[in-house]
Design a protein around this ligand. Structure first.
Ligand code: GLC
Length: 499
């Protein structure tokens, strides 16, 4: 028995500020820091976060590089059966980042694919990434209590731990916790491609069916504990509509599958300390919010004085997020005197309607078709409302940031949105936003109408809403991080009692 607490190791394909396409990156960064910050008898110091070194990952400052080690890693594609992979250890903000560097796998245009679609060798790429991470842990020889795998890209951890490393004293002992940030992406691998993972026909592995392996299912099946990122999404995931083919497997986990609502890093997202804003502000003194609004509008070539409602939306351009619903509602919103500032990158088909709307009404619709960290902050602060008409939403982060910045959210009642926003019409004394049910333009518009009306009424009702919105505290360290520690403890207990 060791006197110190658990050692926790994250496997994640994204991590802010190194590599990000969506909320996963923010969550992994903030959670790793929060867990390390709670280190006591439960947790052994800082978390290790393994991340592929994609093209575009910024070079760490030389004084932050802790070590650089090249290790041989079993590689089913290498003629010798093994490839050299370099692990670059970096002192990150509150955790140890471990970049997995193997240019043939990661020095490419995209993380998961390019304009032609997903890379055909993703099973090899992420298999190699996971295996290199596990080999680095073995080479160190320091026990690992919890492997915390995020999404399908880390799913091979289940296959390898329960396969080739089953009897390994480091990897084989570790408990596996799998967090599902999104059930829409599975890392599906056909039988013909199983050699990419070093498997031969006839080999048994978690996540397998007659046609191949679902890497997300592998992560679920092998894990001692599985969670998703909000309680409502966890319930929805057990239904065929939202479960995306995994509802049966998730049901079979029983009480070993549940939701932990994501948090927000209050220090990273703070309108009182945000250099991107034209003026800072706080719950007690909100004057800077008006200045930030005028700045957002001016920067987007819109009239800063016009009092009409300004709607912000930010996200991955993905059918999940409901950008199409907002685009369809836009003509009606403009008729009501509203203006829109929309930021998104991803599917060009979802961008087209906003490009057209912005070129037809440049003084009313701004479309920022790229991932712009500073502009995002200006939208959260400067908009009057923040919309998320998501078809499904495992947690959602935009609504939490918007609330912290005093911008009431307009959201669909689904997943984490349902768990974070209280509808003000239903609960006038405690409401924090405007919640609607159907994934339709009409339902979105009706919620916007309620929002506009309340804002036009102004006075105390509006003031109290903004005050309540800004008072909500999603901080990681008080809420979600301790729940993860509980989950780790359970996972370790289950693992240790497994023969
Ligand atoms: C995915 C989900 C989003 C969640 C994020 C972080 O991007 O779509 O709802 O907030 O992961 O967990």
């Amino acid at each position: 028995m060791r006197a110190v607490g658990f050692r926790v190791v994250f496997l994640s394909s994204e991590c802010e500020p190194w590599a990000k396409t969506g909320g996963l990156a923010d969550v992994v960064d903030a959670l790793a820091r929060a867990i390390g910050g709670l280190a006591d008898d439960a947790i052994d110091g800082q978390v290790d976060v393994f991340l592929p070194r994609y093209r575009g990952v910024p070079d760490p400052r030389p004084d932050a590089v802790l070590a650089e080690t090249t290790i041989p890693v079993p590689d089913p594609r290498a003629r010798t059966g093994s490839s050299d992979v370099t692990i670059i250890d970096v002192a990150a903000d509150g955790y140890r980042l471990r970049l997995v560097d193997h240019p043939p796998a990661f020095d490419r245009a995209g993380y998961y694919g390019d304009t032609a679609g997903d890379y055909a060798d993703n099973a090899w790429r992420f298999g190699l990434y996971v295996r290199a991470s596990l080999e680095a842990l073995r080479a160190e020889g320091r026990p690992v209590d919890v492997l915390h795998a995020h999404d399908w890209q880390a799913g091979p951890a289940g296959i390898f731990r329960d396969g080739s490393y089953r009897d390994d004293p480091i990897v084989g002992q570790a408990a596996l916790v799998t967090t599902l940030h999104n059930l829409a992406y599975h890392g599906w691998t056909w039988n013909a491609d199983l050699p990419q993972l070093g498997l031969r026909p006839g080999d048994q592995a978690p996540g397998q069916n007659a046609d191949g392996i679902d890497l997300l299912a592998a992560g679920i099946e092998a894990a001692e504990i599985v969670n998703t990122v909000s309680p409502t999404y966890a319930r929805e995931a057990l239904t065929p509509e939202i479960g995306m083919g995994l509802d049966g497997l998730l049901r079979s986990k029983g009480d070993r599958f549940f939701g932990i609502l994501n948090g927000l890093d209050n220090a990273l997202w703070d309108p009182a300390d945000d250099p991107a804003l034209a003026a800072v502000y706080s719950r007690g003194d909100r004057a800077g919010k008006g200045v930030s609004r005028a700045d957002l509008l001016t920067r987007n070539e819109m009239d800063p004085v016009d009092r009409g409602p300004v709607i912000g939306m930010i996200g991955r351009l993905d059918p999940q997020k409901g950008f199409d619903l907002l685009a369809e509602a836009t003509p009606a919103l403009l008729e009501r005197g509203a203006r829109l500032v929309v930021q998104g990158a991803g599917d060009p088909a979802l961008a087209d309607p906003f490009r057209e709307l912005a070129s037809a009404s440049p003084d009313k619709v701004a479309f920022i078709e790229r991932f712009d960290r500073d502009m995002a902050r200006r939208i959260y602060a400067g908009a009057d409302f923040f919309v998320m008409p998501s078809r499904f939403e495992p947690s959602g982060q935009g609504q939490m940031i918007a609330m912290r910045y005093g911008t009431p959210p307009i959201v669909r009642r689904t997943g984490g949105l349902a768990d974070t926003v209280v509808d003000i019409t239903r609960q006038p004394g405690s409401g924090t936003g405007f919640v609607f049910e159907g994934a339709t333009t009409e339902a979105l518009l009706a919620a916007c109408d309620r929002a506009f009306e309340l804002r036009a009424t102004g006075g105390m009702v509006w003031d109290r809403l903004i005050d309540r919105v800004m008072a909500v505290d999603f901080d990681w360290s008080t809420g979600p991080a301790p729940r993860y520690i509980e989950a780790y403890k359970r996972a370790v207990a289950i693992r240790r009692s497994t023969p």
